[in-house]
Design a protein around this ligand. Structure first.
Ligand SMILES: NC(=O)c1ccc[n+]([C@@H]2O[C@H](COP(=O)([O-])OP(=O)(O)OC[C@H]3O[C@@H](n4cnc5c(N)ncnc54)[C@H](O)[C@@H]3O)[C@@H](O)[C@H]2O)c1
Length: 428
């Protein structure tokens, strides 16, 4: 390159000789440029975390009010209503994806195709088929994708998984994941969408429906059209820990059987509010995932757990004891289960105390993050398999290597969903 066009390194070397304020601005230039797609509750949270590691230059939402709210914290960022325009920006290298679940994969595939690294919210996928495509796209692109199952970057959950992996409970026999019950509500009234919202684009691949606030921001989680209910919303956290402790987070269960404990109300939310799902794994461990009414969907305690109840979280049991872990609390049948030091020969898990920081470490090192695409996909799959078993009302046999049901073409039809044009994979 000619001296008239210095390289970035030459420019920085020159900057070292310049006044401090100029050097600082050169350093700012070097930081990765970040775009947030989906500026709702979670998006506005993670963008603050990411801003510690880069410059937030773009904010995108199909509701201009949500984008404007995010822009109050990042007034220099450009605001968009169409994520494709953000992904087209060559200077943006990082995409934060906090759209609703039915949008995750389409946005992630488009971002990877354009060479971006991605921090995507959980549940990583909306169907098992999406997950397979996403994992392949990450491999093909060599990009980094971190799934926002941030309990993996919490010391208590890591300790729980290390205790289980090192057989401190004896050989693990039973896992119980306890998730909040979902709401069951009657049919909402159709309304005119707010002037700030592009309802057509919000719906994306989902079948077209009349707008109602009960379908849209935050509450989308309880409609099958957009999400899986609490099994994917909270299962993406607690079932993720179950697979991590099992060491099966690149695999899955062998059988799945579900029981609906409370049905959705006709015309209202379409996800199943209360359920119990039994999984078995090749190593003989049994796993029950069930709902509780001790906590609400935000994880807040509604009542003290009664006898035999734990509240939401993950319980592990073996012949030598039990362990229960949830946000902010870990307890065991005997104190030494948690207190004893690990031996040099014990299995240890990768340490991260900052999930967003772990993602930016990977962006630099180009090594996979703590919760990469395959892990996010397998956790989401476990949850989707639970929903499929609940809906079919029969025991299912799963082949975790081939990622299909065993001799069950009918169940296989639930691995993907119909996509409304133009939001099909071909459109990415
Ligand atoms: N990791 C966690 O602990 C955690 C916590 C909360 C939510 N989440 C996840 O974050 C995601 C968002 O949840 P939320 O509670 O913030 O929901 P939300 O409804 O508050 O926000 C979603 C936002 O995405 C926007 N949006 C929809 N389609 C879009 C598109 N095509 N392009 C751009 N913007 C679009 C919506 O208008 C809305 O502003 C969900 O997948 C949820 O599971 C994760």
């Amino acid at each position: 390159m000619s001296h008239l066009h210095p390289t970035r390194r030459q420019a920085l070397a020159t900057a070292a000789l310049l006044p401090a304020w100029l050097t600082a601005s050169a350093r700012e230039e070097e930081k990765p440029k970040i775009a947030l797609i989906g500026c709702g509750g979670r998006g506005r949270g993670i963008v603050n975390e990411a801003a510690k590691f880069g410059n937030v230059v773009a904010l995108c939402d199909v509701d201009s009010q949500h984008a404007a709210d995010a822009a109050k914290t990042f007034p220099k960022a450009e605001v968009y209503g169409d994520f494709r325009k953000v992904i087209d920006r060559k200077d943006v290298s990082i995409i934060l994806n906090a759209t609703p679940d039915h949008w995750h994969t389409f946005v992630n595939l488009a971002a990877l195709k354009a060479g971006k690294d991605v921090y995507s919210e959980k549940p990583l996928t909306f169907t098992i088929d999406e997950g397979k495509r996403l994992v392949a796209a990450v491999k093909a692109s060599g990009r980094v994708l971190q799934t926002g199952s941030q309990q993996r970057s919490d010391a208590k959950f890591r300790l729980a998984c290390e205790v289980v992996r090192n057989n401190r409970l004896g050989k693990l026999t039973q896992i119980t994941t306890i998730l909040p019950a979902g709401p069951a509500k009657p049919a909402p009234k159709a309304e005119k969408p707010p002037a700030t919202l592009n309802w057509e684009m919000w719906q994306g691949q989902a079948p077209e429906r009349d707008y109602s606030p009960e379908r849209c921001h935050l509450w989308f989680r309880f409609w099958r059209e957009y999400s899986g209910g609490t099994i994917t919303d909270w299962g993406a956290h607690h079932n993720d820990i179950a697979l991590w402790a099992l060491g099966l987070d690149r695999s899955g269960p062998q059988t799945i059987e579900g029981k609906i404990l409370a049905k959705p109300i006709e015309g209202g939310y379409t996800t199943i509010p209360e359920y119990e799902i039994d999984y078995t794994y090749a190593n003989g461990v049994k796993h029950r995932c069930h709902t509780t009414t001790t906590h609400n969907i935000f994880g807040q305690e509604l009542r003290k757990p009664g006898p035999g109840e734990t509240g939401i979280g993950v319980k592990f049991e073996g012949p030598d004891g039990w362990l229960f872990v949830t946000r902010g609390k870990i307890e065991a049948s005997k104190p030494e289960i948690l207190k004893d030091a690990f031996a040099a020969t014990d299995v240890r898990l990768p340490v991260s105390d900052n999930h967003m920081g772990n993602f930016f470490d990977s962006v630099k090192s180009r090594k996979p993050p703590l919760c990469d695409a395959e892990i996010g996909h397998r956790t989401a799959s476990l949850c989707h398999l639970g929903n499929i078993a609940l809906r079919l009302g029969r025991k299912l046999t799963w082949d975790p290597a081939k990622e299909v049901f065993v001799n069950d073409k009918d169940a296989d039809t639930h691995l993907a969903r119909e996509q409304r044009k133009p939001w099909t994979y071909e459109g990415v």
